[in-house]
Ligand binder design. Structure first.
Ligand SMILES: [Fe+2]
Ligand SMILES: [Fe+2]
Length: 280
């Protein structure tokens, strides 16, 4: 690959700069192989405000990748499509399913794609690519599509359901990650990793045929996970010999603190405004 890889966190739960907004959710801007990719759109548009302040031109986005259908990754879709009407939208067919956090009858929270985002996707069906398998975006950039759930310890612990009555569990089959193959190993970009961060990285290793992990950036969804799960995840990260880990968003404070201490040499905090550059 000839160009460098640059990944900018457009919006995250926290911000590393006073002039940039923090917003629950995640959105990243990936520049690689001469193309710009918007990976998720956060919850309510902070990504676009921050992009402008960061000098990022959203109209240059060639691909809009949706890691899954949750509101905190898809809320900004209408705004993204306003900026880049010709962008190709990549998602799993189940990303548009109704999704709930079941809290008892009459108390479920809708956590799927908000109405305006659903509408925007529907109006852009001709620009949408629905993926159920690994997809190549360019020579060295791929999407996982659905990730096989193989580890025993990575379980969805929240009462995610497809109905407000709590009858049909949602295993978030739409969850996917992105990877970039570089001369110095794999760069893994996670949305929420509902399939499990370890499952995701292992699947990427298998599909790419590459073993070296250069960087893992994004949500590892360990909020609420027990210490054992955090430690087993850390064990896997240690075994990969990763060059950099930057867990954010839904990784949770307990896991982040543990990883920060255990992997102090390779841990990097990331928030709105963080920029990572890698030689290709
Ligand atoms: Fe999330
Ligand atoms: Fe999520």
């Amino acid at each position: 690959m000839s160009n460098e890889v640059k990944i900018t966190i457009l919006s995250e739960n926290t911000s590393e700069r006073d002039d940039l907004a923090a917003e629950y959710g995640l959105s990243m801007w990936i520049e690689a192989e001469g193309a710009s990719i918007l990976f998720d759109t956060g919850m309510a548009g902070a990504f676009a405000v921050n992009a402008e302040k960061l000098g990022i031109d959203l109209s240059k986005a060639v691909h809009l990748v949706l890691s899954h259908g949750h509101f905190d990754h898809t809320g900004g879709i209408p705004l993204a499509l306003d900026h880049a009407p010709e962008v190709i939208v990549h998602l799993h067919p189940d990303a548009t399913n109704p999704k709930y956090l079941f809290g008892g009858v009459g108390n479920s929270l809708p956590i799927g794609m908000p109405g305006p985002s659903l509408e925007a996707v529907k109006n852009k069906t001709s620009r949408c690519m629905f993926h159920t398998d690994v997809t190549r975006l360019s020579e060295h950039i791929f999407l996982t599509g659905p990730v096989p759930r193989r580890t025993a310890f990575e379980k969805i612990i929240e009462p995610f359901t497809l109905d407000a009555e709590g009858k049909v569990p949602d295993t978030v089959p739409d969850d996917q990650a992105l990877w970039i193959e570089t001369g110095e190993g794999l760069i893994v970009v996670l949305g929420c990793a509902h399939a499990g961060a370890v499952n995701t990285v292992e699947y990427i290793k298998e599909k790419s045929g590459l073993k070296r992990i250069r960087a893992i950036i994004g949500g590892m969804h360990l909020t609420g996970a027990g210490q054992e799960t955090i430690e087993l995840t850390a064990q896997a990260i240690g075994s990969w010999g990763a060059g950099l880990i930057s867990p954010n968003h839904c990784t949770g404070d307990a896991a982040c603190s543990y990883f920060r201490e255990r992997f102090s040499g390779i841990y990097r905090q990331s928030a709105s405004g963080t920029v990572f550059t890698f030689s290709a």
